[in-house]
Design a protein around this ligand. Structure first.
Ligand code: GLA
Length: 657
């Protein structure tokens, strides 16, 4: 049965513009690279025995067999100055056998040898003595790394801002770090050896726009930090750029903290699940084994979970993304496609307490699934229709793989239902409306005229002889709990239900009131799609309102798609409370629904015409409080004074379904 689903509205985050990218095609990293790096655990103090014992552990713990094959020694491996031949060299105290021997050691284990340098005058060096970087020495350094047998280069961004006199870090350099990466790319090419190139400029100047043609991976965000809040910050930055990922080019969410005894078990699962489905490189950052410590069995089990690794390494190579965010309830739904027509869905509980979650399959574009497998427990449920219920631990993630799926809005039955009364339970309503369209598809054209009753109401639905389908309007409440009954003599093969088309209300129709700077802002032509105008500087004290009449019988909760802009990039605040998110509230007749939107920017936060503040995105949310007649709809930032960022996201428009 071939079904056309193009017309079915999927509730999802949509991006302003499609993207065509030039990209590196060096045949490497066709799936996200996996391995181990010294930095998260050992900081800038690696040494030979640390690298040896962790590399061995990759093999003995079975991690190498699962794909974790690159071993990279991060900062702290070299010395302050170059050799007389102007080369980089290793610190002989820390690495007495030398780097060529280190490479041989790693190669003998069947692993890849990763090295680290920096596009500035010195390398990043937290603590310890400053060490020379590769700026201006790209060719000789690339040759040196190749002569040592290196397979991978991680290339950092400290001390690189020439115009400002080479400070340690500069998140707002006057010129982009881009050129430093071009120079090292060219130097690597000149060696003739194909190295995996990992760009690490911490997301400065939106590298997704330029890094895919230079490197196999690029860091999207500032460093991961040893605190749970780091996960929300990082994933909120990735949201508008997931479509830049693909075979050979991956968004690097930074190295894993799994196993570093920072997170709870549930938190480690969430971290690993999101990194996996967002197709980040999986770079282990803990002490797998050294003279003092070894990785715990529970952390190891997370990193060895073959279901989850399988999502990361899936041949399709398409990143998941945020599909719904329930800010008031404290959880997210992320999902993406997998090869073999499978879908992965992650329901992330950001609350500090466990929740009993109901995951509605329509949130990820599906109505039902022949099977749903929990990636952590391997529990498989068969024939899941509309919803999946499970409890999720505090900060934990329900991670599901769905197969034999049916698109949202399509209801079919085992075999043909002949005549009589058919009851369909758990019919999903995206929004509360009496304007859904139900199409009843007959297994063969009606032989004789017959009556159709929906919900026991004998409406004027007469099916004529020869008719193969009939369309009737139905009313549904928002949610997963509707029941429909259909009574008809002619056998039905399946039913489709489509929600009403939404109506768009532009920000220009809203009146601004209250103190503060909120105003309508005219954007650079082509930006703030689809209007060219946005409302900026919404605060807890001001707001924008509009009366929306509801003529149809739509009361209670309605689905709304919010078009917003947020490019409040948490780069300098990344060690503090920075979240890469802003609140926006939609109040209907004084009932307030909050949405904490992620970034929307898809252009340089430093040099593009509106610094990413003209790049809009859409996120759907269920908004409560609607009544028949006039509805007062107010966009603002209610309660924002209690948040990290008191300014709201910018508002472009609202589509009400
Ligand atoms: C930067 C990078 C990190 C790490 C450190 C080393 O912060 O982003 O991944 O390499 O430098 O000091």
């Amino acid at each position: 049965m071939l079904l056309s689903v193009a017309l079915l509205a999927l509730p999802s985050l949509t991006l302003a513009s499609p993207t065509i990218h030039k990209r590196l095609a060096n045949g490497l990293a066709l799936t996200p690279p996996m391995g181990w790096n010294s930095y998260n655990h050992y900081n800038c103090a690696p040494n030979q025995s640390i690298i040896h014992s962790n590399a061995e552990a990759l093999v003995t713990l079975g991690l190498a067999d699962l794909g974790y094959t690159y071993v990279t020694t991060d900062c702290g491996w070299t010395i302050p100055h170059r050799t007389a031949e102007n080369k980089l060299t290793w610190n002989e105290t820390l690495f007495p056998a030398g780097f060529p021997a280190l490479g041989q050691y790693i190669h003998a284990l069947g692993l890849g040898f990763g090295v680290y340098s920096d596009g500035g005058i010195q390398m990043c060096m937290t603590g310890g003595v400053n060490q020379t970087g590769s700026l201006g020495h790209e060719n000789i350094d690339a040759e040196t790394f190749v002569s040592w047998g290196a397979d991978l280069l991680k290339y950092d961004n400290c001390w690189s801002s020439a115009e400002k006199g080479f400070p340690n870090v500069d998140y707002e350099p006057l010129t982009s770090p881009h050129q430093n990466y071009v120079n090292m790319r060219n130097a690597l090419d000149a060696t003739g050896k194909n190295l995996l190139f990992q760009i690490c400029d911490w997301g400065v100047d939106f590298p997704s726009a330029w890094a895919p043609e230079l490197g196999n991976t690029w860091r999207v965000t500032n460093d991961i930090i040893p605190n749970w809040r780091t996960i929300f910050r990082i994933v909120n930055q990735v949201v508008p750029q997931t479509d830049y990922a693909g075979p050979g080019r991956w968004l690097d969410l930074d190295m894993l903290e799994v196993g570093n005894n920072i997170f709870t078990h549930a938190e480690e699962q969430t971290h690993f699940a999101l990194w996996s489905i967002l197709k980040s490189p999986l770079t282990i950052g803990c002490a797998l084994n050294d003279t003092l410590t070894s990785v715990s069995a529970s952390s190891l089990a997370i990193m060895k979970n073959e279901n989850v690794i399988g999502f990361n390494q899936d041949a399709l190579g398409v990143s998941a993304n945020l599909t719904r965010r329930y800010s008031d309830e404290g959880y997210d739904v992320w999902s993406g496609p997998l090869s073999g027509n499978r879908t992965v869905a992650a329901i992330v509980n950001w609350n500090n307490h466990s929740i009993d979650a109901t995951f509605d399959l329509p949130n990820v574009g599906l109505q039902s699934a022949g099977w749903v497998k929990d990636a952590w427990t391997n529990e498989t449920r068969k024939n899941v229709m509309t919803s999946y219920k499970a409890s999720i631990e505090a900060h934990g993630t329900l991670l599901l793989e769905l197969g034999d799926t049916v698109p949202v809005g399509v209801y079919h039955f085992d075999g043909y239902v002949r005549s009589g009364d058919i009851t369909i339970e758990n019919v999903y309503g995206l929004t509360t409306s009496n304007a859904y369209e139900m199409t009843i598809h007959f297994s063969s054209p009606a032989p004789t005229p017959c009556d159709l009753k929906v919900n026991n109401r004998r409406a004027s639905h007469q099916v004529d002889a020869g008719q193969s389908s009939i369309i009737v309007p139905v009313a549904l409440l928002a949610g997963n709990n509707n029941t429909l009954t259909v009574s008809i003599a002619n056998p039905i093969s399946f039913i489709t239900i489509t929600p009403p088309v939404g109506e768009f209300y532009p920000n220009t129709a809203f009146a601004i009131s209250g103190p503060g700077n909120a105003s309508h802002i005219t954007c650079v032509p082509g930006l703030c799609a689809p209007l060219g105008v946005k409302i900026g500087d919404l605060s807890p004290n001001n707001s924008a309102s509009l009366i929306i009449p509801a003529t149809a019988n739509v009361v209670g909760s309605r689905y709304v798609e919010l078009t917003y802009i947020n490019n409040d990039v948490a780069i300098s605040t990344s060690w503090g409370e920075g979240r890469n998110a802003r609140n926006i509230t939609i109040s209907v007749n004084n009932q307030t629904t909050r949405l904490e939107v992620p970034l929307s920017g898809r252009s340089s936060e430093l040099y593009s015409s509106m610094k990413g503040w003209g790049d809009s995105a859409v996120l759907g949310v269920l908004v409560h409080g609607w009544k028949e007649g006039d509805n007062e709809v107010v966009i603002g930032n209610v309660g924002g004074e209690k948040g990290v960022q008191s300014l709201g996201a910018d508002f472009v428009g609202l589509k009400v379904f």
